[in-house]
Design a protein around this ligand. Structure first.
Ligand code: PLP
Length: 435
């Protein structure tokens, strides 16, 4: 299977998987996508309900990657990546929550980060050529990437986080790894960190001295494994005769794009709901046909505070830039913080289910769709983070305490190690070259 940039309409410069993953971003500034996505055979589809998550992952990824990695290697990687459960919780009549937060850092980004690290290792670069991965984080991405790459041989990871602007809990999850994870505290903002990473990736001098890539969701290696849990969710439904709609709480729209890939590969998903907080450029596009990126607004579902979603370009690519086609498969809704908090309260009161602010936005989108369309099929929303990660907000809504998960507590007792850096590209570049 070959990959092309979203901006390479004539498919003039296809690359293999390893190149797409190591480059991260195509030279023309576009994002890599598979040239085509084959439909899964009906025989394979019918087999999925009898298999467990790691096997489904192996089979589905083998289908999507089509020979780029041997099927035995892919099965081994899948078993390692998907070694935690992704339960489909029934929380109402025909309403399900797909809990993606049972991994090491309690957010769905664990799936993509764990897969990317192991895939890179399987490319087998010689030992002398150490791979370097740079990632900018406002909190959650960095911890998932650090956890995913920790102790992976031949790869060194530089996590740039803004000084004093990540929560205490997040800082612990970024700075307590050691080994091949280098935490870099930048005396600047998240945007500064992101700018430094972009500069590192496009620095011609660095290109001659190091093999460097990014682990942000522009990387196709993070998206492909996320398609797996859409297939898995469908396979666990008890009533497969009814249509399935999936509501995806979205920021950079990587998660939703992975769902679209699963749909293209033949997973029977009837419709998607793009649920956002007030950062609503994609729901607006679906309504008006005009895409307008805006500066991001802060909300309580802060991992979705994105004004210019990077994967929107991939969505357009999948629908040949046609809004009408996109609208046939995706409906967009946006919600305020007040609506989100009311949803967390209401869900808890009526079902005892505790949602985090991101999952609650997904739930709101699903509810609205069901009401507007009088939908009676299977409705599912993605629960992208453990509610304890946003404990303060959630406890205010449910007027109760939530137990602090052991996996989070384990970080608190570890010592932090990080390199404090001025907000200066030269210093950061030197660090990446020498550490
Ligand atoms: C990153 C993140 C999202 C948004 O996912 P995208 O793929 O960027 O749309 C939603 N919820 C949580 C908890 C996240 O960390």
């Amino acid at each position: 299977m070959l990959y092309v940039s979203t901006r390479d309409k004539q498919h003039l410069n296809p690359v293999n998987l390893a190149t797409a993953v190591i480059k991260g971003l195509a030279d023309d500034g576009g994002l890599y996508m598979p040239i085509h996505i084959n439909t899964l055979g009906n025989d394979v589809l019918q087999k999925l309900p009898s298999l467990e998550l790691p096997e489904i992952a192996g089979i589905f990824l083998n289908h999507l990657l089509a020979g780029a990695v041997s099927s035995s290697t892919l099965q081994a990687i899948s078993s390692e990546v998907f070694d935690f459960p992704i339960p489909l919780e029934a929380i109402g009549e025909n309403i399900y929550s797909l809990e993606l937060f049972h991994g090491p850092t309690l957010a769905f980004k664990d799936v993509g980060a764990r897969f990317m690290s192991r895939l890179m290792k399987s490319f087998n670069y010689d030992d002398a050529a150490e791979l370097k991965v740079a990632v900018a984080t406002s909190g959650d991405t960095g911890s998932a990437v650090a956890a995913g790459f920790h102790a992976v041989k031949g790869v060194k990871v530089y996590v740039l986080f803004p000084k004093g602007k990540v929560s205490k809990m997040q800082q612990k999850q970024l700075t307590t790894w050691g080994d091949n994870i280098v935490a870099v505290e930048v005396d600047g903002t998240f945007d500064d960190c992101q700018r430094h990473v972009k500069m590192l990736l496009s620095d011609p001098d660095l290109k001659t001295k190091a093999l460097l890539t990014s682990a942000n969701s522009i990387n196709i290696a993070r998206l492909l494994p996320q398609a797996v849990y859409y297939a898995y969710a469908w396979s666990r439904l008890t009533n497969k005769n009814k249509p399935l709609v999936i509501s995806v709480p979205s920021g950079n729209f990587g998660n939703l794009t992975a769902g679209l890939i699963a749909h293209k590969a033949g997973i029977p998903i009837h419709h998607f709901i793009a649920s956002t907080n007030v950062n609503d450029s994609v729901p607006n596009y679906l309504d008006t046909g005009v895409f307008e990126s805006k500066p991001s607004l802060p909300t309580i579902s802060n991992a979705m505070d994105v004004g210019n979603p990077s994967n929107f370009e991939r969505m357009l690519h999948l629908f040949d830039d046609k809004q009408a086609q996109m609208r046939e498969l995706i409906t967009g809704y946006s919600f305020t913080d007040a609506e989100t908090m009311a949803a967390i309260s209401n869900l808890y009161e009526t079902t005892a289910y505790i949602a985090d602010p991101h999952g609650a936005v997904g739930y709101l989108g699903l509810k609205k769709f069901i009401q507007e369309k009088s939908f009676t099929g299977n409705g599912l929303f993605l629960e992208t983070a453990h509610p304890a990660k946003f404990g303060e907000t959630v406890e205010k809504c449910i007027l109760n305490t939530i137990p602090y998960p052991e996996r989070l507590a384990a970080f608190d007792v570890k010592d932090e190690k990080f390199i404090a850096c001025p907000n200066a590209y030269d210093v950061i570049k030197k660090l990446v070259l020498e550490r």
